[in-house]
Design a protein around this ligand. Structure first.
Ligand code: PEP
Ligand code: MG
Length: 546
């Protein structure tokens, strides 16, 4: 075994994981045009067959509804209505990829123009089919990550992270990446230790590794001394965890008795398994885009309704805040978000995308309106920039409710709130007083105020939520909530960082929303903090001069 090597990066998700080293090398090979129609035909037919094989594998173990969707897609792949025009286009000089795209575009346009709901609802399946075959043509189809391994990669997308089974342990070490990216948020929520910003990595000869997500280290080929050190650190962490867990079932309260609401951020209903509702004040953010899995069929109304019902049934009469689809930026969804969008964080993301794709958005609104009759549901819109967006969504929601009632179904219009994550909203919160509530998204607010992309390690230090300009805006939003009576919470990752607790309490924040893995730690930190000692100006001044 080679001698141990210690590499330094930045902590992105706490905890320590040890295991076999797995280097993820994703060759994104774009196939060149062969110039030969026969081999393009061959490539297309092979890609179509591989896509059909994927779908057959996916259909196993699905319920009837899921299996029906997959069967439709397999039938389309086998149908000459798609293949014949694509094969003909190859004969007149198009590449397999171009020919397939054009054939699908024609079919999609026909389905979109159909007067029947059934066909319009199948548009998303066709988009999914188009992209699945294109991925096979371009060689970007991927193998699952091995369970329990220390995965080393240059960077990773959220959907790639979600494909892996992390229940057997394992950790993540990225050469690039950033602690504010969505994959880091996922890793924290799933308790997967993660380190980012390790730079160029030479893994030659190393087989085993330890990822230290607390100190931002990757140790290759750890010897017995290093292993003993991490066993002791693990015992200390378990002790700290046990101390914090004592606060789990207590209401959020500061040392001097100020009541603080603590809600949960989740991405999927399964995160609530094993968690008792009395540990929190409800769900402050459900990131519904994680129901929309890259490469899979878009979830239909029933699938979404059942997911939202599961949250409401769990929460009883406590509020459940579902955020509508926030795809885009570093959460692309194949077939839904624009391809090759320049500046995607400033593009068609969040509510902008939902309004641009009403056929997809309407399915979500119908599921939400049905779920709203079964509990204390609140709906939150991401990336709102102008009040008209809120107005347009409210109108769509109202018409969806009327439509459902016309079909004999129960439906209700839930309170409609907004994320405050675009500086234009934070700077003029009074324009959005029609919203039922605000939730500050410090992750995006910080990247937009500091002009530092949340997923770019080169500007990580600038993307600081405690920058005085970010704090000033957040403080003004919290003040606006206090004098207007509008509820303001904070669901960005800043709320889950113990070092920011005094600062946020000092700004007047009394509603935090954090990942389940941070719940006990934040409650413990609040319980140890005197609100009377938290002055916002002290907090800002100390950051200014840091
Ligand atoms: C945020 O921007 O702070 C937020 C909570 O939303 P997301 O991290 O999902 O973009
Ligand atoms: Mg956001």
């Amino acid at each position: 075994m080679p001698p141990p090597v210690e590499l330094r990066g930045r902590p992105a998700a706490p905890g320590v994981a040890s295991g076999a080293l797995y280097r993820l090398q994703e060759a994104q090979v774009q196939q060149a045009h062969s110039g030969d129609a026969a081999s393009e035909v061959d490539d297309l037919l092979t890609a179509v067959q591989s896509a059909a094989d994927d779908l057959t594998r996916m259909a196993q173990g699905l319920d009837q509804d899921g299996a029906d969707i997959i069967e439709f897609q397999i039938a389309m792949l086998e149908d000459d209505v798609l293949r014949a025009p694509a094969l003909a286009a190859i004969q007149v000089g198009q590449t397999a990829t171009e020919a397939w795209r054009v054939a699908l575009a024609e079919q999609i346009a026909e389905y979109e123009a159909s007067s029947e709901d059934y066909f319009r609802a199948r548009v998303a399946d066709l988009i999914d089919l188009r992209d699945r075959v294109v991925r096979h043509l371009s060689g970007t189809v991927t193998e699952p990550l091995p369970a329990g391994a220390v995965v080393v990669a240059d960077d990773l997308t959220p959907s790639r992270f979600l494909e892996a089974d992390w229940t057997a342990g394992g950790g993540l070490a990225l050469a690039a990446g950033s602690a504010s990216s969505h994959v880091a948020i996922l890793a924290r929520a799933r308790g997967v230790p993660m380190v980012v910003g390790l730079g160029d990595l030479d893994l030659n000869g190393h087989q085993q590794a330890i990822v230290d997500g607390d100190q931002g280290r990757l140790v290759l080929s750890p010897d017995t001394e290093v292993q003993a050190y991490y066993r002791r650190a693990g015992a200390d962490a378990a002790q700290r965890h046990a101390r914090e867990s004592r606060f789990l079932h207590q209401p959020g309260r500061s040392r001097d008795g100020e009541s603080v609401q603590i809600q949960l951020n989740i991405m999927h209903p399964s995160e609530l398994d094993g968690l008792e509702p009395d540990t929190c004040d409800g769900i402050g953010l459900m990131r519904s885009e994680f129901l929309f899995r890259d490469g899979a069929a878009l979830p239909d109304e029933e699938t979404q309704y059942l997911a939202y019902r599961r949250l409401l049934d769990w929460a009883g009469d406590k509020p459940v805040t579902v955020r509508t689809l926030d795809a885009g930026g570093d959460k692309p969804i194949a077939g839904l978000t624009p391809e090759r969008e320049a500046n995607s964080f400033l593009g068609l993301r969040g509510v902008r995308l939902s309004l641009a794709r009403p056929e997809v958005f309407k399915v979500q609104l119908r599921a939400l309106a049905r779920a709203a009759t079964a509990g204390n549901l609140k709906v939150m819109l991401p990336m709102v920039t102008v009040p008209q967006e809120l107005g347009r969504v409210r109108e769509m929601f109202q018409s969806v409710c009327a439509e459902l009632k016309g079909e004999g179904m129960d439906a209700a219009l839930p309170p409609l709130g907004i994320m405050v994550e675009v500086p234009a909203v934070a700077a003029a919160p009074d324009l959005f007083a029609e919203a039922a509530f605000f939730s500050i998204g410090s992750n995006d607010l910080t990247q937009y105020v500091t002009a530092s992309a949340r997923d770019n390690p080169a500007v990580d230090a600038l993307c600081d939520p405690a920058h005085p300009a970010v704090l000033k805006l957040m403080g003004e939003v919290i003040d606006f909530g206090r004098y207007s009576g509008l509820e303001v919470s904070l669901c960005g990752d800043m709320a889950a960082e113990p070092q920011f607790v005094p600062l946020l309490l000092g700004l007047g924040l009394r509603r935090f929303s954090v990942a389940p893995t941070a719940l006990a730690r934040i409650k413990a930190t609040i319980a140890e903090t005197e609100v009377a000692d938290c002055s916002p100006s002290d907090g800002q001044a100390s950051r200014c001069h840091a």
